[in-house]
Design a protein around this ligand. Structure first.
Ligand code: ZN
Ligand code: ZN
Length: 593
C-alpha cells in the first residue's frame, strides 16, 4: 500500500498556517533541548580510560566501543570493537588491535556482549506524513484493535469522552484486517452527536457518519469533485459514508485538523524520528512526499533529529531540485551542508495498490474481471522518464502490479539504456514482479525495493482474497532476486505499515504472515545476510550514499545500530522481537534504551 505515494493530504496549503513556504518553519524542534541534555548525560556516563602515552589526545579515537560482537558488513569478518573519530569509523577490529587508538580523551563504551550492526536504513518511509499522522490522529489500526468489536467499542468510548459536536477521528483503519468497510449506519450507531471520520490505512479512503457529512456541507446529491474526490452510495442511491481520494477527504480534514503550525510539524517529525530510532533506524528516506520549498527547513531540522533523513521529490516538482544540484544528487548524493539530510532523485506514482485492487496487473484479480489500471500510458511514462534523465537524475517508479512494471521498465530502458550513472533507478514496491521482470531488472541495472510488510500483514489476504495461492507465492520475490544476482532493498512505506527494520528482516527470512501464521511463498525467503544487506549497504546505495553509509568501514560515517541479541544467534522468527539497545549517527549516540 502506498498512501504517501498517492495521498498528499497533509501537504495541502489549506492545512498549514503559513502556506507552503514554511510548514516546518524556522522553529527549533521542541524536544531539541531534551536531546542536548540527554547527550551531555550520556557522554558523562561513559568512562575515559588511561592515556596511551605514545599518542596525543587529538590523534586518537573519540570513542571505542568494545566487548561485543561487531558485524561490519554481511560476509565480512566479525570483530569485537570499533573506534570512532570525528563522527567517522576510524577502525574495526579486535579490542587489542585498537588499543593504540586510545588516548586520555577516548571514551570507552562497553558493549557488554551486545551486537553492533551498521546503522539500519528505511529507504522508503514517508517521514513527514507518518509524523503528522502519528502525532495528530488517533491510531485505530489493526495493531491496536484487531477485532471489529474492539474497534467499535473504542470509538464509542472516544465519543463518550468527547464534548458533543466535536470530532471523533481515527486513522490507520484497515478494512482488510478489521472486518470490512465501515458504513454510515454503523458509524451513526456509534454517535449522531459527533462528526466521525475514520481514515483508512490505504490512504485513499475514509468513512464518515451523517453528522460529519452535515458539518462538511456534503449534500445528498453531491457529484464528483475536481481532483478525483468522490463519495460512495448504497444500493438505494443514498450516500453510504465512504469518502474517496484527497479532494473529498479535504472537505472534512479542514474541520478536524485546523491549521498545522511549523512548530507542530517540527515537533511531529522530531517525535517520529525518535520513535523509529528506538526501533533501530539511523536513516529514513522520504520518497516524494515533501515539497522542494520544504527542503531547506527540513535540512535545518535534520541536525536535531534522532536519525538521518533523505528525500526525493515528485515528478511535478522536479525542477525544484535545481538549486540543490551543487550539493550532489542521485549517484553523487551528498548531505546538504551542515545537516544530516541528503537528496536523491525523482518519484513517479505508476499505479495504485493491490489491497484495493488498483495495482495494474496483466491478469485479473482473483474472482474479478478487473486488472487495475496504470496512472500513465506507456508513451506518457516514457516522456516523463526521459525528462528525469535529461535533468540528470535517477527515477523511482511506484509499481505494485506487473503490468505497471512492464511499462516502467520500457520507459527506463528507453531513457537510461541500462546505465546507472545517474544513480540507481528503482521500482518501488515491485510487489507482483514476474520472474522474467526480475531478470530484466538485472539486465537493465534497475533495482526493486520491496515493502516486505505486505507479506507480514497481507500475505494471507493476497493468497485467499486478492491473487490466489500461486501468484501470492511470488509476491515481493526477494528470493528470485538473490538467484538472479539482483540487488534489492526492504522498506516499510510508513505510515502504510508500521516502522521498524527488524520486522522487515524477519519477514524476508520467514515469509510468515502474522495474521494467520501461515508461510507465504517459502521459495522467496532469503538469508539473514541478504536481509541485512537490504536495510544497510544496499539501501545506502539506492540513496546515492553507498560510499558514506551502510557498513562499518574505515572512513565511513559512524552510524550504528546496537542490538541486545545477535540476530545470527536467535531463531529467524525471533528477529523482530530483538530489543534495540542504542543507535548512533555520525559518531553521536542518538537513542539509548
Ligand atoms: Zn508507493
Ligand atoms: Zn510510498
Amino acid at each position: 500500500m502506498c498512501r504517501g505515494c498517492f495521498n498528499q493530504l497533509f501537504l495541502r496549503p489549506e492545512l498549514h498556517s503559513e502556506g507552503l513556504a514554511g510548514p516546518l518553519g524556522e522553529a527549533d524542534a521542541p524536544t531539541r533541548r531534551a536531546f542536548m541534555a540527554y547527550s551531555v548525560a550520556a557522554a558523562s556516563a561513559m568512562s575515559a580510560v588511561g592515556a596511551g602515552p605514545a599518542m596525543a589526545a587529538d590523534e586518537g579515537a573519540d570513542f571505542i566501543l568494545r566487548g561485543g560482537t561487531v558485524r561490519p558488513l554481511p560476509g565480512a569478518p566479525v570483530a569485537s570493537a570499533v573506534a570512532i573519530k570525528g563522527g567517522k569509523v576510524l577502525a574495526v577490529g579486535e579490542e587489542s588491535q585498537l588499543s593504540a587508538l586510545r588516548t586520555s580523551a577516548t571514551k570507552v563504551v562497553d558493549l557488554a556482549g551486545r551486537t553492533a550492526l551498521p546503522g539500519l536504513i528505511d529507504p522508503h518511509c514517508h517521514t513527514i506524513l507518518a509524523s503528522l499522522i502519528f502525532e495528530l490522529l488517533d491510531d485505530v489500526g489493526y495493531a491496536r484493535y484487531p477485532t471489529r468489536d474492539g474497534l467499535v467499542a473504542h470509538l464509542k468510548q472516544e465519543a463518550e469522552n468527547t464534548p458533543k459536536g466535536q470530532w471523533v477521528v481515527g486513522s490507520n483503519f484497515d478494512n482488510l484486517l478489521q472486518g470490512g468497510d465501515f458504513t454510515r449506519a454503523e458509524l451513526d450507531a456509534i454517535s449522531t452527536d459527533h462528526p466521525i471520520f475514520v481514515w483508512y490505512t490505504n490512504g485513499h479512503d475514509a468513512c464518515v457518519n451523517t453528522e460529519a457529512l452535515t458539518v462538511a456541507g456534503i449534500a445528498e446529491d453531491v457529484g464528483g469533485l475536481p481532483g478525483g474526490g468522490h463519495f460512495g452510495r448504497a444500493a438505494d442511491g443514498r450516500l453510504n459514508g465512504m469518502v474517496y481520494e484527497e479532494s473529498a477527504m479535504l472537505k472534512f480534514a479542514v474541520h478536524f485538523l485546523g491549521k498545522i503550525t511549523p512548530e507542530v510539524a517540527a515537533g511531529a517529525v522530531t517525535d517520529f524520528c525518535r520513535h523509529v530510532a528506538s526501533l533501530g533506524n539511523t536513516m529514513l528516506h522520504e520518497p516524494g512526499t515533501i515539497r522542494s520549498d520544504w527542503i531547506e527547513p527540513f535540512a535545518k531540522l535534520s541536525n536535531s533529529l534522532a536519525c538521518r533523513t533523505s528525500a526525493s521529490v515528485m515528478f511535478d516538482d522536479m525542477k525544484g531540485l535545481a538549486p540543490f544540484r551543487g550539493y550532489g544528487l542521485g549517484a553523487k548524493g551528498a548531505t546538504i551542508a551542515n545537516s544530516l539530510f541528503s537528496l536523491y532523485g525523482v518519484k513517479i506514482v505508476g499505479d495504485g495498490s493491490n489491497q484495493t485492487e488498483t495495482g495494474a496487473q496483466t491478469k485479473a484479480y482473483l474472482n474479478s474481471t478487473s486488472k487495475g489500471s496504470p496512472n500513465f500510458d506507456a508513451s506518457q511514462l516514457k516522456q516523463m522518464v526521459a525528462e528525469v534523465k535529461a535533468f540528470g537524475l535517477p527515477v523511482q517508479i511506484h509499481c505494485n502490479g506487473d503490468s505497471m512494471i512492464d511499462i516502467a521498465l520500457d520507459a527506463i530502458e528507453a531513457a537510461y539504456a541500462g546505465s546507472a550513472d545517474y544513480g540507481v533507478n528503482r521500482i518501488e514496491h515491485a510487489t507482483m514482479a514476474r520472474p522474467d521482470q526480475i531478470l530484466r531488472m538485472a539486465a537493465l541495472n534497475v533495482q526493486p525495493s520491496f515493502l516486505m510488510n505486505h507479506v507480514r500483514f497481507y500475505g494471507a489476504a493476497y493468497r485467499d482474497q486478492i491473487f490466489g495461492p500461486e501468484r501470492a507465492a511470488f509476491m515481493d520475490p526477494a528470493g528470485a532476486c538473490v538467484k538472479a544476482g539482483l540487488t534489492f532493498t526492504l522498506h516499510t512505506d510508513g505510515p502504510c505499515s508500521p516502522p521498524g527494520p527488524l520486522a522487515l528482516i524477519e519477514t524476508a527470512m520467514t515469509r510468515r504472515c502474522v495474521i494467520d501464521h501461515s508461510v507465504v511463498g517459502p521459495d522467496q525467503a532469503v538469508s539473514l545476510d541478504d536481509a541485512i544487506r537490504a536495510v544497510t549497504i544496499d539501501a545506502a546505495r539506492q540513496l546515492g550514499q553507498g560510499d558514506r553509509l551502510g557498513s562499518l568501514e574505515t572512513g565511513k560515517e559512524a552510524d550504528l545500530t546496537i542490538l541486545e541479541s545477535d540476530p545470527y544467534k536467535v531463531s529467524p522468527d525471533a528477529v523482530a522481537a530483538i530489543k534495540v539497545s542504542e543507535t548512533w549517527v555520525a559518531g553521536e549516540r542518538k537513542f539509548a534504551a
